[in-house]
Design a protein around this ligand. Structure first.
Ligand code: ACM
Ligand code: ZN
Length: 729
């Protein structure tokens, strides 16, 4: 194996143990290119340890001293130069690639040779991950804890783009949370933060030239009921500076032509119709667009972009560009005149026209335009741009043929507002794509379709529209004002750590089992950081069938966690029997197990999902009824069908009884889009005991919740249970 590696990377000394060698002690995530414990005496950090750095690396040296201050209780001296026990230098011979570093630790001290400030910062992150988890915390620990085993590492990222997009428009996260996000990204060597702070529901970037954007556009509701917020220009400068020390580029996303209702509310003349709207209080995707036929609206765009680039030194400026529906442009005399002048036959070509203009303006200022994949799919864009591919990674092939670059941020692999599993108990989440498990994130196809140089890397997206809204949050605030932030962290971790490794570590060194081994001790680091995460289920090491019985052998996936289980098909609790060895059950569905980190932080159950393949012809399982949900008198029973109602057209809903001697009696049905009734139906009782309803959806809206309500009761008792399926015809 070593020989093979040496052949692949002849320029580098090969001392990395490969995962299958059995003595690989690398604890670091993302996996460094090369990491070896050298077996000598460890380095002891003491109150006298001095950090010395090249002038250019002084911010990183000071960052280290600050990071160590709380857990050690020491104020380690930082000096310029090379006299110290921890020495940081720029050395582009030792570290030839951007963001790369070499790290050497022995009894005498720590030496970092970095290509640049980011490389030095990443060396320090590798160093911290080689110290106990408490190093990330704020509690002072015993002095003898601070030993670093002797090791050497040589490391560089496989991809220059390792990103996270946070939707701070649908929900306003305060500055402290934005900084925490950046800090967590930096811990795992992520380097691009796409700040999605403009959308229909809120404009959150202060503008001096257009003050109504935040005076009006940042707030939903009125008076004391109003919710929202915005980032002042000083907030932005502070966030950008904070990120810069940590190697993170903050990329503003100025969304247009769609998703800008908040700006149109502030300045109605920006849209084709000029109609005065209100900032929506619930998730809403507006059909109103910025009017490119109006020179004043184009001037607004230019002014805002110019003000934005003064605040953000980033190489990239993101211009959004997703999900525009062009009916307003088709109906607008000014837009039609512009189309005629430019010789366009389709209104969508106007989007390409604006993109071309903006790309040129930004090129003149030395910036590169990027945006969602639509920016290169609505007419030819002459200036090279970067497209964020939010659907199919394979579509990158077309994009790069046109001379553009791409970042993979696929809704099938990298959208963290989808849950990790379909196990009941996941918090409210987006539903228009299937769940995205940790292993799915790790399998993101990154360079399979196009030359690696055209695919800059990978990015996670955390949309806030499906599970957080101003109104709901205000109601929750009394209970727990950090609840939304904790929601976000539940969705983001540990998946962001998997994404970080996809972006950083070359595919040949990425092995999921090895990743899980290094991930298990990371949870204690997240705990020390005060960062919430989704506790993973325990792992099944083996499942053996013998004489019709099933024996489960499990292992924890979080270092130090307990496993609790049941053998009667019920959900385990933290008080259920503790797993100490293999467990045998009659039916797989009888065995459920949870992983317990603390009595209040534990996983959803590991379970064998029931097999519904026999009901495939009835569509998707949408609800289940149980004796407890069946009422004696006709009463409404409401269940959600978001995601199962997936477009306009006819649908069939089928109730299939499974157990019980009493029947479920069903009467009228209503289908609701949020609170609005959009269809009704009456039941048809079938000879086989099933009941069906037929209805048609004609004003479907993506991203909106749908509910079915039926009038139901038990006939002569409530011992009935069964399944409800929905089929789009
Ligand atoms: C997107 O999810 N609309 C980019
Ligand atoms: Zn117009």
């Amino acid at each position: 194996m070593l020989a093979v590696l040496a052949l692949c990377i002849p320029a580098l000394p090969v001392f990395a143990a490969t995962p299958d060698e059995g003595k690989d002690l690398c604890p670091v995530v993302p996996r460094p290119l090369q990491y070896k414990q050298t077996g000598g005496a460890p380095f002891h950090l003491t109150a006298k340890t001095t950090i010395a750095a090249d002038e250019a690396l002084r911010p990183q040296a000071e960052w280290l001293s600050e990071a160590l201050a709380a857990p050690t209780g020491w104020d380690l001296a930082v000096r310029t130069g090379t006299k110290g026990q921890i020495v940081l230098t720029i050395d582009t011979l030792a570290a030839p690639k951007p963001e790369s570093y070499q790290l050497h630790v022995d009894r005498k001290g720590v030496t970092v040779k970095a290509h640049d400030a980011a490389g030095a910062f990443y060396a320090l992150q590798t160093l911290l991950q080689s110290l106990p988890a408490q190093v990330h915390g704020t509690q002072r620990c015993a002095n003898d804890l601070w030993q670093i085993p002797a090791f050497e590492a040589s490391d560089a990222p496989a991809h220059p783009w390792r990103g996270l997009m946070l939707d701070a428009a649908r929900y306003y996260y305060d500055k402290a949370f934005i900084k925490k996000c950046i800090d967590m990204m930096a811990m795992y060597k992520l380097n691009k933060f796409q700040f999605h702070f403009i959308d229909d529901c809120g404009w959150r970037l202060e503008s001096k030239k257009y003050p109504r954007l935040t005076e009006v556009g940042a707030w939903a509701g009125s008076n004391e009921q109003r919710t929202g917020g915005f980032y002042t220009q000083n907030d932005i400068r502070e966030i950008v500076a904070y990120a810069s020390v940590r190697g993170v580029e903050v990329i503003p996303e100025i969304e247009f032509p769609a998703h800008v209702l908040s700006a149109i509310v502030a300045y109605p003349w920006l849209s084709c119709t000029g109609v005065q709207h209100q900032v929506p209080e619930q998730h809403f995707i507006s059909r109103d667009l910025l009017c490119p036929g109006n020179p004043k609206a184009m001037q607004f765009l230019r002014d805002i972009l110019e003000e934005t680039i003064e605040l953000f030194p980033s190489k990239y400026i993101n211009i959004g560009g997703d999900e525009a529906v062009y009916t307003r442009w088709e109906q607008c005399p000014k837009c039609r005149a512009l189309m005629q002048r430019e010789g366009f036959t389709k209104a969508s070509e106007l989007q390409g026209w604006i993109t071309n203009q903006v790309a040129l303006w930004m090129q003149e200022k030395g910036r590169t335009v990027m945006g969602w994949e639509e920016i290169v799919m609505r007419g030819k864009v002459a200036t090279p741009v970067v497209a964020v591919m939010w659907h199919e990674p394979k579509d990158t092939a077309e994009v790069v043929k046109e001379g553009h670059q791409a970042v993979i941020a696929s809704c099938y692999y990298n959208y963290f507002d989808f849950p990790e599993s379909s196990t009941p108990g996941e918090p409210q989440h987006a539903r228009w794509c299937p769940p995205i498990s940790l292993s799915k994130v790790y399998a993101t196809p990154l360079s399979d379709y196009s030359p690696a140089s055209s695919i800059l890397g990978v990015q996670a997206c955390l949309w806030s529209d499906q599970f957080i809204h101003g109104r709901a949050l205000q109601e929750l605030a009394v209970l727990n004002e950090n609840r939304s932030e904790q929601y976000v962290e539940y969705f983001v971790y540990p998946r962001l750590i998997a994404l970080a490794e996809v972006g950083w570590t070359p595919a040949r060194l990425r092995h999921y089992d090895d990743f899980l081994r290094r991930l298990a001790p990371q949870y204690a680091r997240l705990d020390a950081k005060g960062c919430n995460y989704r506790v993973p289920e325990p792992a099944i090491i083996s499942l053996e069938e013998k004489g019709g019985r099933f024996t489960y052998t499990l292992a924890p996936t979080v270092e130090g966690a307990d496993i609790r289980y049941t053998t009667d098909g019920t959900y385990p609790t933290v008080h259920s029997p503790r797993y100490t060895g293999p467990v045998t059950v009659d039916r797989k569905s009888d065995f459920l197990a949870i992983q317990v980190v603390t009595p209040t932080h534990y996983s959803l159950p590991l379970l064998t999902p029931p097999d519904y393949s026999a009901y495939k012809a009835y569509g998707q399982l949408t609800a289940q009824w149980q004796p407890l949900t069946v009422q004696p008198n006709l009463s409404p029973w409401r269940f959600e069908c978001t995601g199962k109602v997936s477009g306009n057209g006819p649908y069939t809903l089928t109730f299939i009884p499974q157990r019980g001697t009493n029947a479920l009696h069903l009467e009228s049905l209503t289908l609701k889009k949020r609170d609005e009734v959009i269809a009704t139906a009456t039941p048809q009782r079938n000879a086989d005991g099933t009941t069906t309803y037929h209805f048609t959806v004609s004003n479907f809206e993506a991203g909106t919740p749908f509910y079915i309500e039926v009038q139901a009761c038990g006939e002569g008792g409530n011992d009935t249970s069964g399944l409800v399926f929905l089929q789009k015809e």
